[in-house]
Design a protein around this ligand. Structure first.
Ligand SMILES: [Zn+2]
Length: 461
């Protein structure tokens, strides 16, 4: 039947897609199992977007308590406030868990060009840095753009202040100069290290963040300079100008301090010993007000439980919010949580950390099995209406990391598309940068995702 042949061919082609659909694209029939959760999801989302209460709580935290560095009275006062507020929300088993934290203090600090023409520069000491003597360190400047350039200049490093002038690409790529640059420079005899602030250029704003001294090298003082000043110092040196700098930092460690992780729950109605953990870190750097890093993550995860409570949902398993202490300059809160919950970790169904801000949230990262990923992708279809259904290739966080690695727990992160690294670790980390609707969407999405995982009959694997 030669006439029919083209028709059959056309029909066949109509049903073949090129390229074939990827296995992880949710198919319509795959989400039929979600039918019992649609009503709860829409109530949670409706409650979240009906008000800006999460943003208001975030603003209160950031405005009132300000920066919350480990060991500071601000952090401990904020912890006491959060515990009382969680109780007022009606969360259950609200309590703190003790953590000994490092107590680093910045003190006064300054950086200036001594020559050829004296003038001050904008700077911000790196967290956990050693200080200088009271009179400061005066030395000639050496600028390098990579570790390779440092090694190539090895004969000229001794006695210098070394600046790593590395433009921001991604955080992971650029942060290694902040973290390991001090010891790399010290190993060759540098007396101090400067790093071009790890973040996109933005109105001459320096970014702090932790450094990590290598064993066996002198612990030299280290600070960030702005992208603008790094470029300027590079131009001066490239012109052949001999630049002499003076760095003064009072930074030092005091004895370890007492701090706490904060825990609040909605106890599971059938399987209370199985736990879904969500949270963020409650400490912040000592500049700014820790609004986005990580007040936003703390409030959005906490709000997820408040929303469940508000719309009268008590899932099958326990949902627990944990606000960890000391993520920024020690990670002791995450380690203490693992150690204090060791026996319980096999019953941790999933752990989620929100520590990338809540700017323009797009969905979640997930790390776990392929079967688990399919489940998460299905659940995310409930979030399409608020454009939070993207599931990234990996999820986790610094505070959940120790527990996740210990017990092989599926882990998630909240992912966003906003300009997080512009204000990350800066004095500009204030709540005015954060859109109330973004906080509501983040809270809603975390609530829906967490609720379904805690409620579905079979455990997420
Ligand atoms: Zn953070």
């Amino acid at each position: 039947m030669p006439i029919l042949r083209p028709v059959i061919l056309a029909l066949a082609l109509a049903f073949i897609q090129f390229p074939p659909p990827a296995v992880d694209v949710p198919r319509r029939h795959a989400t039929e199992w979600l039918a019992p959760y649609r009503d709860a999801a829409s109530r949670l989302i409706g409650e979240a977007v009906a008000s800006d209460s999460a943003w208001q709580r975030l603003a209160l935290l950031a405005d009132t308590y300000g920066s919350r560095l480990s060991g500071s009275p601000n952090l401990e006062a904020a912890i006491r406030w959060a515990v009382e507020e969680m109780k007022r929300d009606g969360l259950e088993n609200v309590h703190t868990e003790p953590v000994k934290v490092p107590h680093w203090v910045r003190g006064r600090e300054s950086l200036e060009i001594v020559g050829p023409i004296p003038q001050p520069l904008v700077m911000l000491g790196l967290g956990n840095s050693a200080g200088t003597t009271a009179t400061g360190i005066e030395a000639d400047l050496l600028v390098v753009r990579s570790f390779e350039e440092l090694d190539a200049a090895r004969d000229r490093v001794k006695g210098k202040i070394v600046l790593f002038n590395v433009p921001f690409t991604t955080y992971g790529e650029t942060v290694r100069f902040r973290a390991t640059g001090p010891s790399r420079a010290a190993a060759l005899g540098a007396v101090a290290m400067l790093v071009r602030a790890v973040g996109p250029a933005g109105l001459r704003t320096p970014h702090t963040g932790a450094l990590t001294y290598a064993d066996g090298q002198p612990q030299i003082p280290a600070a960030a300079v702005t992208a603008e000043d790094a470029a300027r110092l590079q131009r001066m040196v490239d012109r052949g100008t001999q630049v002499r700098l003076k760095l003064m930092m009072e930074a030092r460690f005091l004895p370890d301090a007492d701090s706490f992780n904060i825990v609040g729950e909605i106890r599971g109605r059938e399987l209370p010993n199985e736990v879904v953990v969500i949270g963020g870190h409650f400490d912040s750097w000592d500049v700014g007000t820790g609004a986005t890093d990580d007040g936003g993550g703390c409030i959005a995860t906490w709000e997820a439980l408040r929303l469940m409570k508000k719309v009268n949902l008590r899932p099958r398993r326990t949902v627990r919010v944990v606000l960890w202490t000391n993520e920024e300059n020690g990670g002791r809160g995450g380690i203490a949580y693992r150690d204090q919950h060791l026996a319980e970790l096999p019953h941790h169904v999933m752990m989620l950390e929100s520590d990338s801000g809540v700017f323009r949230p797009t969905g979640f990262g997930f790390s776990g099995t392929e079967a688990g990923r399919m489940r998460i992708r299905d659940i995310a279809t409930l979030l399409a209406g608020i454009h939070m259904d993207a599931i990234g290739s990996s999820g986790g966080g610094a505070d959940i990391g120790p527990s996740v690695q210990q017990a092989g727990i599926p882990s998630m992160s909240l992912d966003g598309d906003g300009n997080y690294f512009l204000i990350h670790h800066t004095a500009a980390d204030t709540v005015d940068k954060i859109d109330p609707l973004d906080v509501s969407h983040a809270s809603a999405a975390i609530a829906v995702m967490t609720y379904v995982i805690a409620e579905m009959p079979e455990r997420l694997r």
